[in-house]
Design a protein. Structure first.
Length: 234
């Protein structure tokens, strides 16, 4: 149950640049999960693949290309029937970071976190509120945050009441609906080590890499439902 306790901690997240070279009990879990997919590091690709090689791999899997930039490939994909953006990031035409970004704020983001926990097992560490797995080739990071809050009038305020001693799960406030954004990131360990050797590692990252590193996140929006209509504010 330790993994799922960690998942619930996503409600309180502080973002920073993850700095970790971790190896331990989680290595075997990650290696086993990757080996089940063949001799690959992420999906059916390996670190150092060119854009052409990645495009060919995704073409064979039938994934639909959404956008192509000089150092980035973006595809439409789904995880647990949830729309996400599948992102590949390159430098000098060599793959070094890849992963998934939620396509829009969603109510059921926990399904992604549970899917990752079931796939990779126990994380080896918690960084900035997110969970980390690592082997000698790949670092995996998952994190999430509330990016949209919808507030509507309610005559009542919710509490745990008599069930407080039985139910430890935090509940949303009455009239409030939370939507989440999340990331599921794979990083080439060689590239991650190189970031430790520069004075300003953030300057080495592209915009999408910053998003996959949980450095950039969607600005939280709030929607208020009033008798006069809906009002959305940043």
């Amino acid at each position: 149950m330790k993994v799922y306790k960690g998942i619930r901690r996503f409600k309180h997240i502080v973002f920073c640049v993850p700095v970790l070279l971790a190896f331990g009990c989680g290595i075997g879990n990650l290696e086993n999960a990757l080996s089940e997919k063949g001799d690959y590091h992420f999906r059916k690709t390996r670190w150092g693949y060119s854009k052409a090689m990645v495009e060919l791999s995704e073409q064979k899997q039938g994934t639909r290309l959404f956008h192509r930039k000089e150092n980035t490939l973006i595809y439409n994909e789904r995880i647990s029937d949830m729309p996400v953006k599948l992102v590949y990031c390159f430098e000098k035409d060599r793959l070094r970071v890849a992963g998934y970004l939620t396509d829009r704020p969603v109510k059921n983001a926990m399904e992604i976190f549970e899917h990752v926990a079931k796939t990779l097992g126990e994380p080896i560490d918690m960084i900035a509120g997110g969970m980390v797995w690592a082997d000698y080739h790949t670092l995996v990071y998952i994190n999430g945050y509330v990016s949209h809050v919808t507030q509507s009038p309610s005559r009542y305020q919710r509490s745990q009441g008599l069930l407080k001693i039985l139910d430890k799960t935090p509940k949303e406030e009455a009239g409030k609906v939370l939507r989440w954004d999340g990331i599921w990131t794979y990083v080439d360990q060689n590239f991650f080590r190189q970031l430790h050797e520069v004075d300003y590692p953030m300057d080495e990252l592209s915009t999408y890499e910053k998003r996959l590193f949980a450095i950039l996140r969607r600005q939280q929006m709030r929607t208020y439902i009033t008798p006069q209509g809906r009002i959305t504010l940043p």
